[in-house]
Ligand binder design. Structure first.
Ligand code: GUN
Length: 295
C-alpha cells in the first residue's frame, strides 16, 4: 500500500505560515494583505470555491473583497471593475473565477489584471516569466503539487515526470515547474498514443484531465509517486461522491505514494492562493518576500 500524501494536513501548515506572515505585516508594517475575488454568474461549483476562498482568506487574517456579478455582465463593466481593483492599494491579489460566461473573452479579462496582482498566475506575462524560469506568480494548483512533491522527495532532479493533461491552469504550468526542478518532463493528453505505456515510464505522474478514475493501477510503475488533481463528482447509489482522475483503489496498490481525493491536492490550491497573496503584498510594498510560501 502506497504512502498517502496528506494535502489536507500540509495545507494547514501552509495556512499557518501565511497567518504568521500576515500578523507580522500588520504589526510591523501596518499592512493587511487583501484578496479580491470576482465571480460572474451562478455556476454552483464556482460558488462553492469562492465561498471557501473568502472564508479562508479571513481565517488567516487577510481582507476578503468579494464581487459577485450577474451572468449577463458586459465585458466593459467587468473590465471597469478590474481597473478599479488594479488601482486599489488595499487589494494585493485579484482572482477572476473561471470559467467565465461564454460571451466574455477570458484571455482579454485575465490579461487586464495587473500582473503583480495576478495571484492565479494566469496573466500572459506571468506565464512567460514561469516559462523562462524567472520570478513569477505561479498558478496555485501546480504550486501546491510541487510543494507536496518536494516535501516527500526532497530533490526531484533527473526523475521522469509525466503530466497527463495540457490545460493552461494545471498541465502546462505543472510541466514548467517540474522542468525547473530538473525533471525529464512529458506532457500527455487525449491524443497521446498508448497513454498507459507513456504513464508507465513515470517516476512522477500528475493526472489533470478531468476524467473520473481514468488512470488505472496497471498504468503505474511500481513505486511511482501519483499526484491526482482531478475532482469529479460521480453517482454513488442515490447520492454522489468525489473521485479523482486516478483509480485510487488499484493505483494505491502499485504506487509508492499517492494523493487521495478528497484531501490531497484540493486543499493545497486555496492555501497556495493565500500564500501568493502574501507574496504579492510583500512585493507591492517593497518588503522582502517570504521564502517559505513559494517554491
Ligand atoms: N477555476 C478552476 N480552477 C481555477 C483557478 O485555479 N483559478 C480560477 N480563477 N478559476 C478556476
Amino acid at each position: 500500500m502506497a504512502d498517502i500524501l496528506d494535502g489536507k494536513a500540509f495545507a494547514a501548515t501552509v495556512r499557518d505560515r501565511v497567518a504568521t506572515h500576515v500578523a507580522r505585516l500588520k504589526e510591523e508594517n501596518g499592512i493587511t494583505p487583501g484578496l479580491a475575488v470576482v465571480l460572474v454568474g451562478e455556476d454552483p461549483a464556482s460558488q462553492v470555491y469562492v465561498r471557501s476562498k473568502g472564508k479562508q482568506t479571513v481565517e488567516v487574517g487577510m481582507t476578503s473583497f468579494e464581487h459577485k456579478l450577474p451572468a449577463d455582465t458586459s465585458e466593459a463593466d467587468l473590465l471597469a471593475l478590474i481597473d478599479q481593483l488594479n488601482a486599489d492599494t488595499a487589494v494585493h491579489g485579484i482572482l477572476v473565477q473561471l470559467p467565465l460566461p461564454s460571451h466574455l473573452n477570458s484571455d482579454l479579462v485575465i490579461n487586464s489584471i495587473d500582473p503583480a496582482k495576478d495571484v492565479d498566475g494566469f496573466h500572459i506575462s506571468n506565464v512567460g516569466l514561469l516559462g523562462t524560469g524567472q520570478k513569477a506568480m505561479v498558478p496555485c494548483t501546480p504550486l501546491g503539487c510541487l510543494m507536496l512533491l518536494r516535501d516527500y522527495h526532497g530533490d526531484l532532479s533527473g526523475m521522469n515526470a509525466v503530466v497527463v493533461g495540457r490545460s493552461n491552469i494545471v498541465g502546462k504550468p505543472m510541466a514548467n515547474l517540474l522542468l525547473g526542478d530538473s525533471c525529464t518532463v512529458t506532457i500527455a493528453h487525449s491524443r497521446t498514443k498508448d497513454l498507459p505505456a507513456v504513464v508507465r515510464q513515470a517516476d512522477i505522474v500528475v493526472a489533470a484531465v478531468g476524467r473520473p478514475e481514468m488512470v488505472r493501477g496497471d498504468w503505474i510503475k511500481p513505486g511511482a509517486t501519483v499526484i491526482d488533481v482531478g475532482i469529479n463528482r460521480v453517482p454513488n447509489g442515490d447520492k454522489s461522491k468525489l473521485v479523482g482522475d486516478v483509480d485510487f483503489a488499484s493505483a494505491s496498490q502499485v504506487a509508492g505514494a499517492i494523493t487521495p481525493v478528497p484531501g490531497g491536492v484540493g486543499p493545497m490550491t486555496i492555501a497556495c492562493l493565500l500564500a501568493n497573496t502574501v507574496t504579492a503584498c510583500c512585493r507591492a510594498n517593497g518588503l522582502g518576500e517570504p521564502t517559505d510560501l513559494t517554491v
